[in-house]
Design a protein around this ligand. Structure first.
Ligand code: FAD
Length: 463
């Protein structure tokens, strides 16, 4: 069927104002949170109801048109880049919170709701959906589910997968399915809710989700500890956890990130130390007081040069705002930033950081380290410029060495950002081929014609 006919069908399905076709409009949906990969869709479609998604997918499947689901487009692994063109299926106009059920500690929401809007609505009822990727102001629930996102509080509360009760999703063939349910216990057959969570938009389009909630912790306290040595800050994390204290958050920012945040956001963070650890302890007043005391004592013992206790939530918010600006500071710092997402055992974090610094120093490359230190999930980010092939190749080689080091230390190549396009070439090197073959078979069952987010996760030489 000709492009014009497909466009006209799509306009009939979702309404004229929900289809964009101009070059300028398609450009907007051609990249993700990094702009490291750019590929335009042929057209952009905004469903406003599940039955729209059903009809769009039926049409696309029948005519073998690639469909790339998209939320806020904030992922950083190329997941929402329509590498084969076709339809960018943007879910942001399906953004209703359908119910919040305090008695059952659950909520149902459409996939396009922005995470921050959901968090605010829940907070008004003293409820809490923990996953807190630092893109919460733009990331949608569907994107967070499909990346199985984590964030600072995942140290204590776990990642998105742990908060999924049920999903409404549309298969690439255009069949609406309800997966899971709304109860906290459910062992009816294979756990397909978990399979879809983290599937990077390759198996089905999520239209609604049923989420498990927690009561909002009544009290919290922020502590900032400065270290004159980056690996020393990494080692401190293990010592704290080993004492049986699990703060809600332990985040690591190196001196480069701190200075960059000060430059762009005028935060006035202390700049005279090599590394900064940020902690949040939460719970009842007694738990917060106990955990904070432990954190401060261990930081002192491990050689922190300065410790700041936020006096109130307003001061605490300043620190956490600075932390969430960290990634923006990194991505704005060079023409091309190769930002990794490795996760290593916490006990080997200090050693790993030393290795990263050594790899980049040897290659004469600028590198910065930020991350969810409590989880061992670090984002070493190498500054380069894809327009300078010699420099870019050197940076790519350094990234390969960083990933090899993470695997050598017992870690994985992605803790939370997913494989997307970015890490495909490392999949074969680091994973058992059977694992990749099984995934491809699963993909074939869900999407026999390979129309949904093609070219992602495993290396596909045709893209
Ligand atoms: C500044 C910044 C900070 C970040 N911090 C963190 C962090 O702390 N922790 C963390 O885990 N991640 C972090 N991320 C990355 C995180 O993965 C994304 O921000 C978020 O999960 C993506 O949500 P989104 O709505 O923007 O999805 P998109 O980027 O639009 O899409 C992400 C993936 O999900 C798929 N998808 C989207 N919606 C649907 C749907 N309804 N159905 C099926 N597939 C869908 C897409 O095809 C794509 O593969 C950060 C990113 C940025 C830019």
């Amino acid at each position: 069927m000709a492009y014009e006919q497909i466009t006209s069908h799509l306009k009939n399905i979702v309404g004229r104002s929900n289809v964009l076709t101009s070059d300028e409009d398609c450009n907007v949906y051609s990249y993700d949170g990094t702009s490291n990969w750019i590929h335009k869709p042929d057209l952009v479609v905004f469903p406003t109801e599940t039955r729209h998604v059903e009809a769009v997918l039926k049409l696309a499947n029948e005519h073998r048109i690639p469909v790339t689901p998209r939320g806020g487009g904030t992922n950083v692994s190329g997941g929402s880049v329509p590498i084969r063109g076709g339809i960018a299926l943007v879910m942001t106009r399906m953004n209703k919170i359908l119910s919040i059920d305090g008695a059952n500690l659950s909520a149902r929401a459409q996939a396009g709701v922005v995470l921050m809007d959901l968090q605010v609505a829940l907070a008004q009822k003293k409820l809490f959906f923990p996953p807190d990727p630092q893109s919460f102001f733009g990331a949608t629930l569907g994107g967070v589910i499909n990346e199985n996102s984590g964030g600072p509080v995942c140290l204590k509360y776990g990642v998105t997968k742990q908060y999924m009760l049920g999903l409404q999703a549309v298969l690439p063939t255009g069949r609406i399915v309800e997966f899971g349910g709304s109860t906290v216990k459910n062992v009816v057959g294979y756990d397909l809710v978990s399979l879809l969570t983290g599937s990077e938009g390759t198996l089905a389009v999520v239209t609604e989700a049923v989420l498990r909630l927690l009561p909002m912790p009544p009290s919290r306290k922020t502590i900032v500890a400065l270290f004159d040595d980056l690996p020393k800050s990494g080692a401190t994390v293990g010592r704290i956890l080993d004492q049986g204290t699990v703060p809600a958050k332990i985040e690591l920012l190196d001196n480069w990130v701190v200075k960059s945040i000060n430059r762009i956001a005028k935060m006035g963070l202390p700049e005279d130390a090599a590394a900064m650890l940020m902690f949040e302890c939460d719970g009842t007043d007694e738990v917060v007081a106990h955990d904070s005391r432990q954190v401060i004592e261990i930081c002192r013992k491990e050689g922190a040069v300065h410790i700041i206790e936020a006096r109130d939530q307003a001061e605490a918010q300043l620190y956490w705002k600075a932390r969430s600006a960290g990634f923006a500071a990194i991505f704005g710092a060079a023409h091309t930033v190769l930002s990794e997402d490795v996760c290593v055992p916490r006990t080997r974090m200090a050693e790993f950081i030393e290795r990263v610094v050594a790899i980049c120093r040897r290659a004469g490359l600028e590198v910065t380290v930020i991350g969810h230190a409590g989880d061992g999930n670090l984002h070493p980010s190498v500054m380069t410029d894809a327009r300078d092939p010699a420099h870019y190749q050197k940076a790519q080689r350094a990234v390969e060495e960083i990933i090899e080091a993470a695997v050598e230390f017992g870690g994985v190549l992605s803790g939370e950002h997913g494989i997307g396009l970015e890490k495909q070439k490392f999949m074969r090197r680091t994973q058992d081929p059977i694992f990749i073959e099984l995934m491809k078979k699963i993909k074939g069952i869900f999407d026999p014609n390979g129309i949904l987010n093609p070219g992602k996760i495993w290396e596909d030489r045709s893209c």
